[in-house]
Design a protein around this ligand. Structure first.
Ligand code: HEC
Length: 160
């Protein structure tokens, strides 16, 4: 009985861990130089900071500030950052990114002309589903990641 319970407990712990590991392995790895990687990640942090500003402006019912915060995340941001990355990033990745920048241009334009916070929230939610989709699909590595044997990973968990 005791033994059965222990085995059950082990299974319950092991299954979610295995699922998580499988998800991570399913992401496509983009191998970039250190400079390219830091460029992409810098843009990412800009996207996060910008969306936070948009939300703060929405909460304050300040639609002019919504437009002001959304505009820098538009296609202008893409042209600045992505010209030299076009050759190394997959077409689908670039298209998803471009379509996200277009969304922010539209969010800025509509915030100015329509001044409808509920519309902006809907647009922002739709746009952010692209953050989610892309993050589910890709990860960045600066060197081809060597396959770690499961044994070595288990070993690491014992040290703490
Ligand atoms: C076209 C693909 C794509 C889109 C769209 C995208 N991201 Fe990312 N983002 C990535 C990738 C790839 C990474 C690196 C993930 C990794 O290596 O594990 C990343 C990393 C990040 C990081 C971590 C930055 C760091 O310094 O480590 C943040 C924050 C982030 N993204 C925010 C966002 C937000 C917010 C949005 C939407 C408004 C967004 N991203 C849209 C691809 C994308």
């Amino acid at each position: 009985m005791q033994k059965t319970r222990m085995i059950l407990a082990c299974l319950l712990i092991a299954i979610p861990t295995a699922t998580l590991a499988a998800d991570q392995d399913n992401r496509q790895t983009l191998t970039l130089s250190e400079a390219q990687r830091s460029h992409v990640l810098e843009e990412m942090r800009g996207l996060l900071a910008g969306t936070q500003k948009i939300l703060a402006a929405l909460a304050a019912d300040d639609m002019a500030s919504v437009a002001q915060s959304a505009r820098p995340l538009g296609l202008g941001m893409a042209h600045k950052a992505e010209d030299h990355l076009k050759s190394v990033l997959p077409k689908e990745f670039m298209q998803l990114g471009m379509s996200l920048h277009q969304d922010f241009d539209r969010i800025a334009a509509d915030a100015e002309s329509k001044k409808d916070p509920k519309l902006t929230l809907r647009q922002l939610s739709d746009a952010m589903s692209k953050c989610v989709a892309c993050h589910d699909s890709y990860r960045i590595a600066t060197t081809p990641s060597p396959e770690k044997p499961a044994q070595a990973q288990k070993h690491n968990h014992h040290h703490h």
